[in-house]
Write a protein that binds this ligand. Sequence first.
Ligand SMILES: NC(=O)c1ccc[n+]([C@@H]2O[C@H](COP(=O)([O-])OP(=O)(O)OC[C@H]3O[C@@H](n4cnc5c(N)ncnc54)[C@H](OP(=O)(O)O)[C@@H]3O)[C@@H](O)[C@H]2O)c1
Length: 234
Amino acid sequence: MKVCIVGASGKTGKYMVQHALDRGHEVVGVCREQSVAKLDEFIGRMTVIGGATNDRRVIRQAVAGCDGVITVLVPRGVQGYSRETAQAVLDFAPPGARPVFSSGWHISLDGQDVYSRRLRFKVVVLGGIAKLLRAVDLDDQVEACRRVFASDTRWTVVRGSELEEGESEGLPVWSRHVGDPILGSNITRRTDFALFMVAALENDALIHEAPAIVGCRTPSALAYADTGGPPTDH
Ligand SMILES: NC(=O)c1ccc[n+]([C@@H]2O[C@H](COP(=O)([O-])OP(=O)(O)OC[C@H]3O[C@@H](n4cnc5c(N)ncnc54)[C@H](OP(=O)(O)O)[C@@H]3O)[C@@H](O)[C@H]2O)c1
């Protein structure tokens, strides 16, 4: 596949680039001009396009001819960066391509997620402070995902748990709803979050799904695997 990775220079994006190359995909990465050097380790193995990810001309050029487009959807600033990035990808990804977006558990597809007090505190209080400081706008990411869900593309939105660095443990497990016991450990290796998104490009069962993921070696994932576990959607 020819795969575009929007936000390729970040921590998650670089793992995505490596996983995509490992799978034999041709990779085009988009990142801000000042971040192009962060992709030096991949020189000669991918194409890099420098520019803001919410610049429609940049996205139009980058996604041309791609079979898959993975977007690291970041709610940076309060200028609608996330929604503009998502909209550009939705508008310019070739018909039939697979667009895959990253987000967190706070995004809900159907309103059936059950959130812990800790997560609600983080979103409402810490998210509110970050917005007041004009650093991060979680509402922008919510709006971006609303547009993705409403689109007629073959989208997947991958909702990450809390993330940690470390060696890959394998493909995360997932469920449709936060609050399902299999997700209880709420931790995933960042490299495996990236792996899930790259693998999603070739998994049609994930089209029009918003899988909430957790590491496959975490206690909650293992408990589910060992016992047959409580009913979940996966
Ligand atoms: N962090 C977590 O614990 C966590 C948990 C669950 C889900 N997620 C999801 O994972 C994805 C990755 O997020 P992340 O926070 O972990 O970081 P990340 O993978 O390091 O990615 C950060 C991205 O934001 C870009 N960026 C940084 N400053 C920016 C600015 N001022 N304006 C525009 N873009 C800017 C970076 O680009 P440059 O390389 O150009 O700086 C990079 O592409 C997001 O979709 C997030 O919702 C994260």
